[in-house]
Design a protein around this ligand. Structure first.
Ligand code: MRU
Length: 345
C-alpha cells in the first residue's frame, strides 16, 4: 500500500510526520496555519512537490482560521495565509508555484463571491494540485524507467520518493516503475548528512517496495563508483533554472562531479513545476541556510565541540553541464536546456 504523505480529509490537513521515520509511521493533523508553517520549516513534511501541495492545503487551513478568528474576509484571509506560508522555506520553487496558483484562484473569482464560495474555489484548486502531483509522478516514473538497465546499480541522494511528493516520488518513481516492470537492479542510497533523508526515508521507502537497496555514507560514493557498482545516478530537484542548473539537497553537486569523473550518467527527475524560468542560471537560486544544531546535535547527541562555527547550507546547485537529462512528466529534457526548457514551460 502506498503511503499517503499528506491528505485533505473531512476538511482537515493530515500529514505523515517524516521526522519520526523510520522508527514510527505517525500521522498528525495540522489544524492551524502556524502548525503548517512549522511542519514545513522543521521538515515534518518535506521534498519540493510535497511542500507545494502542503502549502496549497495550508492556505485553506490559514484562510479558515484568519476568517474565523481575525474577522477578515475569506479572500483577504487566504492572501495573508499565502504570504505567511511563503516565508517557511526559500529554495523549493514548488512552494511559491503552488501559492501562486492559489492566489490566481482569488484573482479569477467574481468580486461578488461570498466567503463560502471563495473557500470552495480554493479547496477545489488545492485538491487538484494534490491529485495532479500524483499523476505527474506516475508519468515521471514511466518516462524514466527505461534509463535503468538490467543489473544496474543506481545511486540516489536525499529523498525524492513518495514522501517528497503526494505519492510515488520523482527520482524514486523511476525506480518504482522499473521495479514494477520486472527490472532487476540495486539502489544505493546516500545517507544524506546532516538530516539523513537518505537513510531514514529513501532506504525505508525502497526496502518497503521490495527493491534491493544498499545504504552508504555520503563519503563512500566515490569508492562505490570506482568499484564499478554504479551505472546511473538519479536525484530530485528543488528548483531548476532556465539553463538547466538544478538545486537539490546539499551533496548532490558532489555526486554529479563524481559521476562525471567515472563516466556515469547523472539524471535529475522533477515535474515541470520545479522549473523556475524566471532565473537565468542556478547562481540566482536562493539557498536555505539551516541551524548549526543540525550538524552539531543531529539526533539528540552532541558530536562537535560547544561553540564551534558551523556552515549549514541545505542545498547546492549542480551545473547543467553535468546533467545528462531532466526526467519530467512530458518526457526527458536534454541539453541544450535553454532550448528544451524554453519549449516545455
Ligand atoms: O530538505 P529536504 O528534505 O526538503 O530536501 C529535499 C530534496 O532535496 C529533494 O531531493 C527534492 O526536494 C526533490 S523531492 C522530489
Amino acid at each position: 500500500m502506498p503511503i499517503e504523505t499528506l491528505r485533505w480529509t473531512d476538511s482537515e490537513l493530515v500529514i505523515v510526520d517524516q521526522t519520526l521515520l523510520p522508527n514510527e509511521l505517525r500521522e498528525i493533523t495540522l489544524a492551524t496555519e502556524e502548525s503548517v508553517w512549522e511542519a514545513i520549516k522543521s521538515l515534518r513534511v518535506r521534498g519540493a512537490p510535497a511542500i507545494g501541495v502542503c502549502a496549497a492545503l495550508g492556505v485553506l487551513v490559514g484562510a479558515r482560521e484568519r476568517c474565523a478568528v481575525g474577522g477578515l474576509s475569506m479572500r483577504d484571509a487566504a492572501l495573508a495565509a499565502a504570504d505567511y506560508l511563503a516565508t517557511s522555506r526559500p529554495t523549493a520553487v514548488n512552494l511559491f508555484w503552488a501559492l501562486d496558483r492559489m492566489r490566481r484562484v482569488l484573482g479569477a473569482a467574481s468580486p461578488d463571491s461570498g466567503d463560502a464560495d471563495i473557500f470552495s474555489l480554493l479547496e477545489a484548486e488545492a485538491v487538484e494540485i494534490l491529485a495532479e502531483d500524483k499523476r505527474l509522478c506516475r508519468a515521471i516514473g514511466e518516462h524514466g524507467a527505461p534509463l535503468i538497465g538490467e543489473g544496474d546499480g543506481v545511486l540516489t541522494h536525499c529523498n525524492a520518493g513518495g514522501l517528497a511528493t503526494a505519492d510515488y516520488g520523482t527520482a524514486l518513481a523511476v525506480m518504482f516503475r522499473a521495479h514494477e516492470k520486472g527490472r532487476g537492479f540495486r539502489a544505493y542510497a546516500d545517507e544524506t548528512r546532516p538530516l539523513l533523508q537518505g537513510a531514514r526515508l529513501t532506504a525505508w521507502e525502497l526496502q518497503k517496495a521490495g527493491i534491493d537497496v544498499t545504504l552508504i555514507c555520503d563519503n563512500m560514493a566515490a569508492q562505490v563508483m570506482k568499484e564499478g557498482r554504479i551505472q546511473l545516478c538519479l536525484v530530485g530537484s528543488d528548483r531548476i533554472a532556465a539553463n538547466g542548473d538544478a538545486a537539490n539537497k546539499i551533496g548532490t553537486y558532489g555526486v554529479a562531479l563524481l559521476a562525471k569523473a567515472h563516466g556515469i550518467p547523472f539524471y535529475v527527475a522533477a515535474p515541470l513545476s520545479t522549473i523556475d524560468p524566471s532565473l537565468a542560471t542556478g547562481d540566482e537560486i536562493p539557498i536555505e541556510q539551516r541551524d548549526a544544531e543540525e550538524v552539531t546535535n543531529g539526533f539528540g547527541r552532541r558530536t562537535a565541540p560547544v561553540g564551534i562555527d558551523v556552515y549549514n547550507p541545505a542545498f547546492d546547485v549542480t551545473p547543467a553541464s553535468l546533467i545528462a537529462g531532466i526526467v519530467t512528466e512530458i518526457g526527458i529534457l536534454r541539453p541544450p536546456y535553454v532550448e528544451s526548457i524554453c519549449k516545455s514551460v
